[in-house]
Design a protein around this ligand. Sequence first.
Ligand code: PLP
Length: 364
Amino acid sequence: MSLTIPEHIRSLKPYIPGKPIDELEREYGIRHSIKLASNENPLGPSPLAVAAIRSALDGLHRYPDDGGHELVHRLAAHLSLGPDAIVLGNGSDEVLTMLARAFLQPGDMAIIPQPSFLMYELVVRWAGAECRFVPLKNMTIDLEAMLAQVTDRCRMVFLCNPNNPTGTVVSRKAFDAFLEKIPADLVIVLDEAYGEFVRIDDCPRGIEYIHGDRAVVTLRTFSKVYGLAGLRIGYGLMAPQTAAMLHRVRIPFNVSIPAQAAAIAALDDTDFIDKTRRLIRDGLAFLTGALDDLGFRYFPTQANFFLIDVETSADDIYEQLLRKGVIVRSMSAYGYPRYIRVNVGLPEENDRFIQSLDKIRSKG
Ligand SMILES: Cc1ncc(COP(=O)(O)O)c(C=O)c1O
């Protein structure tokens, strides 16, 4: 083949997801593995969502409602916003791609904290634009340093709050000061994929900034607290004029019928959401207590995952945990070669992870 591939595509590294359980079991010939690698909901999907999917199946010969009318109106009522401030995506990942497609072009620059969610770099580069990475400070997004990188070419800034993979949040005061100084012609993407897990009050909430004089776009997802990662549904909240641009680049029928039905039902599943939050809170208390007992250093988190310093090669610990049927994430690809990222699982999964880590360390 003699295809001409644009350099900005050829030089990309594809996104590497957490290892799926099936793949691990196939490759290693083991069974009963557990996955604590993709910050998913260990309780499974919202039961109300599952029931709604079942009822929606008879309508699958039709295309979905293109703009997701009912879901958008339910979200609007739920969030006290106008429906024209909401754009649905096939996962919030898709809203990220729409943002880059609508607002970036070759020659533009986007500012990205590092490390943070790996998709930001991909969507920027797919658009032919460039990334400027700004290191974290004390494991937290350094808003001052990000501001210092703004130039005439900058069109977009990404903030992940809580940040994946560190679980840290920026304070309200720091975010307000940042907004005051950032030029008004930049899109500020505030990714709140883990916002529902935040336990402190001092955390800015993107929804409060939609009608301000800065273009803050807040991303949310049904993949985490609602347990619907496998369906792929998320949304963005933004000023209606920003939303109108995303609709210009949105693929028609981008959110499937089951996904729309499930999300509508999941919104009302408060029992499930409360149960999930309790599970995460209690699981974090158990895991951090057990790590204290074992003498591991870890980083306080506001999300459903956190970083552990394994004081040796994270790739090596990752590999050894895999052999014991425990999937976590090595942070070497994120620039932290000694850290693993682990999400809270069911109590028995948390226990198995701790036991496995302890065994590996006492052996090594
Ligand atoms: C920070 C962050 N944003 C967005 C996503 C993607 O969410 P979705 O499943 O809605 O595409 C993830 C998934 O892990 C994430 O960690």
